[in-house]
Design a protein around this ligand. Structure first.
Ligand code: 9MR
Length: 456
């Protein structure tokens, strides 16, 4: 006991001294070696996750490893568009919910994969185009992200939207043909629906500095400069028999743009180099302070989409492979996440609200718009005045021809002309200056809407 008190005092002095001098403290001292992937990663401020086939959660050989080793999960297929919106407007979240419950019961965080992707779309969406598809896609983002609000650590908002090869440009797809702004529209809708989730762009063949990763880098830089809400970039890292020498440098250049980076679908071709590559990827992540976690794309070799590549950390009998040992050792040897962010990181820059918050009674509302040809998503911020609120109403007059098609975090009366949005249970009561957010999606143009707020 006495020892612990002395140690704590020493640590306090060290931390205080470091903060006073503006030094970056790294949390490595005092950490014991983790004996599982999840525990070792957690000691370094990271998660270590696995992609899960939800129907395997009833196989005990599978869940024994999952629950022992991993502290993050992602659905391998069950949160994809074809799975959870099989008919337009008809959502089925049962498998995704099952995974979230399993994660919550076992102290794991959840990555969401994926809101929009050119592949694994339901048949009805594959046949759509133009503003009908754009509206359906944004509605999908809104509905799914709202369903899981507060439960997802990071969402792959958009997956694999860049082309392979040397162009560095976008991949052709039905979504891309709705207009180049489809990606930012998706990110804005996801932010409005789940403000607490980190929003990621995720892709493959980006495991080094190359034309494709540079195309994505330029998009992220552009998004940051214009206030498009992006928080992270996922590097799938489906790897072969070698690792690009600039793997870490590539992660770092993204981190330097002010986004987190995550290794999201790691698996490596079997063979002499497999264990070394797994170790090197882990070291690279830990060397980048904004690399917040690693996910392997499956648990055992036989669970992998790569079949005979034996690409994972556990063999088909559930035994730990040499690659496992290398990853665990790399996690235990690596640095922790600094307690002060690097000074090179600019703060996130979301667009400024259209009206300033009030300083007196009542409430005020401001709207930010994400529009495309034929539709829009409006995110509305309600700020309570000095008296706080027991409830609030926001009125918005829509331009002629526009109508509201769905609303979240408020109840709408009417759908065209002047529409009134009333607070709901969980956001009615605001203290002075407190902000609530709600949103709605509409067809037509939402330009020029000026919300008015009344409080009760
Ligand atoms: O592992 C997934 C496999 O079971 C599916 O059949 C396949 C369908 O396209 O998707 C696999 O997961 C992919 C992931 O969603 C996105 N990146 C590539 C992954 C491997 O193909």
């Amino acid at each position: 006991m006495k020892h612990r008190r002395v140690l704590r005092a020493a640590v306090t002095i060290a931390v205080t001294g470091a903060l006073a001098t503006g030094m970056t403290m790294v949390l490595t001292t005092g950490a014991s070696a983790g004996t599982t992937l999840g525990a070792a990663a957690a000691e370094k401020g990271r998660y270590f996750g696995a992609a899960v086939a939800v129907n395997k959660l009833s196989t005990s050989a599978y869940t024994t490893i999952l629950n022992r080793e991993f502290n993050s999960v992602v659905a391998e297929n069950e949160m994809k568009w074809a799975s959870n919106e099989p008919q337009q407007g008809v959502f089925n979240h049962s498998s995704g919910d099952r995974l979230v419950s399993h994660a919550q019961a076992n102290g794991m965080s959840v990555r969401g994969h994926t809101l929009l992707w050119h592949a694994q779309q339901p048949g009805w969406a594959q046949g759509m185009s133009g503003s009908a598809l754009r509206n359906a896609a944004i509605n999908h983002v809104t509905q799914v992200a709202s369903h899981y609000r507060g439960k997802i650590h990071s969402w792959d908002v958009v997956n694999e939207a860049f082309a392979d090869g040397g162009s560095g440009g976008r991949r052709d797809s039905n979504l891309q043909r709705t207009g180049n702004d489809w990606i930012e529209a998706a990110f804005r809708a996801a932010r409005a629906a789940d403000p607490g989730a980190k929003l990621c762009y995720n892709d493959y063949n980006t495991d080094g500095i190359n034309a494709k990763s540079t195309g994505i880098y330029n998009m992220v830089r552009d998004f940051k400069s214009r206030g498009v809400p992006i928080d992270c970039v996922g590097f799938q890292s489906h790897l072969g028999t070698s690792l690009a020498s600039d793997y870490q440098a590539n992660l770092q250049r993204f981190a330097d743009l002010g986004v987190d980076v995550q290794i999201t679908e790691l698996d490596v071709m079997t063979g002499g180099n497999q264990a070394n590559i797994f170790g090197a990827v882990t070291r690279a992540c830990l060397a980048v302070s904004r690399c917040t976690g690693i996910t392997t794309w499956g648990v055992r070799d036989c669970d992998s989409w790569r079949g005979s590549d034996n690409a994972l950390l556990f063999d088909c009998n559930g035994n730990k492979k040499a690659a496992y040992t290398n990853v665990l050792n790399a996690l235990n040897a690596g640095p922790g996440i600094p307690t002060t962010p690097p000074t090179t990181t600019p703060p996130p820059t979301d667009p400024p609200p259209t009206t300033p918050p009030p300083t007196t009674g009542g409430c005020s509302a401001s709207v930010s718009l994400n529009s495309w040809n034929g539709g829009f998503v409006a995110s509305v911020k309600v700020t309570a005045g000095s008296a706080g609120t027991n409830g609030w109403n926001v009125s918005v007059t829509l331009p002629s021809g526009a109508s509201v098609t769905n609303t979240w975090s408020a109840t709408a009366s009417g759908s065209s002309g002047t529409v009134r949005f009333a607070s709901v249970d969980y956001n009615s009561r605001l203290t002075a200056g407190q902000v609530a957010e709600f949103g709605f999606q509409g067809t037509g143009s939402g330009a020029g809407m000026t919300p008015t707020c009344t409080a009760s």
